[in-house]
Structures are given as C-alpha cells and as structure tokens.
Ligand binder design. Structure first.
Ligand SMILES: [Ca+2]
Length: 297
C-alpha cells in the first residue's frame, strides 16, 4: 500500500455546517442585537453549561444520523459509521475517496489485491448493492477523520477507544454487564456475538451481508445493528470492521495508524485490548472502517 502517496483534499472538513459550536455561534451572532435575547441566552446557558449527559445515555443527531453514547468525559458513536451516514457526508462535502480515485479498495488474497469498484458505496463491487446500515469500509484514516470533524467530533484516541470498549461505565447496565468492571472483549467475558471468524459463534455466518462476493477468507461484515450490544451498549467494538484510532495522535497522511478491535477477517484474538495493529493511513480496504468520538456535552 506504500505506493499510494496522493493526499486527500480535506479542506471540506474544516467547514462543518452542522456542528453545535457553529450553530451556537450563529445563534449568538443573530441575537446579540436584542438585549432581552442576550439575557435569556445567559440564563439558559447556566443550567446547560452545568449539565452533562448521563453515562450511557444516547443522543441521536438527525444531521449526521449518529447515535452518540455519553461516557466519562466524551461521547462515542453507538455503531461503526454506516454507508448511509457516509453518503450524507459525501453529499454535503463532495469528497471523492482515495479508493474511488484509484479504481477500488483492496483485500488481502495472495498479497494485497485491488478490487475494481470496491468502495465505501459498494464494498464488494458495483454489482452488489449494500443497505444504508452496513458499515462504511474502504475509507482511509484522513477520510475517516474528515467525516468525524464534519460530524462535530474526531476519531477517538486510543485511551478513549479502549475505555469505551472494555470498561463498563453505565450506572445500571443490563445483565451480564457490571458497572466498573473491565472485560477482555468488547462483547464481555467471551467473544460470543461478535462478527468474527470461527470463534464468535455460528450467528456470524447468518449475519454476513457479503452480497455473494467471492472472499478468500472470512464471512464478510454484518449490518451495524445486527450484533448484540456489548460493553457500554456499543455495537461491534469487537470485530465486524477494524476501526481507525487517532494514535499516534496528530499525524495525517500515510503515517502508520492504529486500528482497533479486529474484524470479520480474523478470529477473536484481535478483539482483545492488548492486541495492537497498525496500518499505513492511506490504506483503503474492505475490512477497515471507523467510528467517531466527540467531547462531552
Ligand atoms: Ca469494529
């Protein structure tokens, strides 16, 4: 993948039409000429400034389609970013992804193999039409980060991702989860229920939506709401798609970036917290996706 050196134009990501910050700034600029409105805004801002969403509560953003789950100090998307959400982002920004420009993303067969037409919109090729609730793959690190900034957040850093995946934070989580406990898998004590290869249970084959594409290994991804909710009520932190994580932080382009959680290509081993794997940031492949985080509010 190292021959992929063309950089993505991310200028679109710096102009988020939907962020709460920009909405608040616009509201203030429109209202500052009215003294009564200024007073009302000041009074309203007191309780909201002191309010922080309850741990585990879910806020749905109608602009992006993301369900944000509030955790300790930040929120994280309840699911992997979906094809439908990514389509909204592309419609708003006009982004053309690297996989589209290069003619397709890749899969590992006997070495990395580029697959014509395999992109975020058609993950197994243009002859197979995916549903909107399938996860967005074939997205580079920079493209994933651009989506998250457009959505008012950023890719989670490794501390955020691992806290969300392995440490139950909800005050009264449903069985079998226990507040304050750390789990070896994002699914809990065992990998059962994840969309992984071989040792996550027989439901992985039933959930697979590879649309008939020939794969040399693995079962393919599942739609993002088809696996049981795991630690903190999150789906697919273990397996389904690998997820880009902002680690090491602050770099862009083709630097090696951490991916977390394993994927349908693997068994349960890469789902564990101690498993760390990185890939060049320009990698666009069929089993890497992402989800976003945002500051607490
Ligand atoms: Ca995942």
């Amino acid at each position: 993948m190292n021959d992929m050196t063309q950089q993505t134009d991310l200028s679109v990501a710096r102009h988020s039409p939907h962020s709460a910050t920009s909405r608040a700034r616009r509201y203030r600029s429109e209202r500052l000429g009215n003294p009564l409105a200024v007073i009302a805004l000041a009074l309203l801002s007191v309780p909201f400034a002191a309010f922080s969403a309850a741990i585990g509560s879910v806020q749905h953003d109608t602009n992006t389609g993301i369900d944000w789950v509030a955790l300790d100090g930040f929120s994280i998307a309840r699911t992997e970013t979906t094809i439908g959400q990514f389509r909204t982002f592309v419609s708003a920004t006009g982004l053309t992804t690297r996989a589209e420009r290069d003619g397709g993303g890749s899969v590992f067969e006997s070495g990395w193999t580029r697959k014509p037409g395999w992109t975020w919109a058609t993950p197994y090729g243009p002859q197979y039409r995916p549903a909107n609730d399938e996860p967005a793959a074939h997205v580079t690190y920079d493209e994933a980060q651009a989506f998250c900034r457009w959505a008012g957040g950023q890719l989670p850093n490794d501390a955020q991702w691992t806290a969300a995946a392995y440490r139950e934070q909800r005050a009264a989580p449903p069985a079998p989860f226990t507040r304050g406990r750390s789990y070896p898998y994002p699914t809990g004590s065992t990998p059962a229920g994840a969309q992984c290869l071989d040792d996550c249970g027989s439901d992985s084959a039933r959930r697979s939506v590879r649309h008939g594409a020939a794969l040399s290994r693995g079962l393919g991804h599942a739609a993002v709401d088809q696996t049981p909710a795991g630690v903190n009520g999150l789906h697919d932190m273990g397996a389904n798609l690998w997820e880009w994580v902002d680690d090491p932080p602050g770099f862009a382009g083709n630097a090696e970036r951490l991916t977390r959680g394993g994927s349908w290509w693997y068994g349960s081993g890469p789902m564990r917290e101690e498993h760390r794997q990185s890939k060049p940031g320009d990698t666009a492949v069929v089993y890497i996706g992402f989800r976003c985080a945002r500051p607490a509010r």
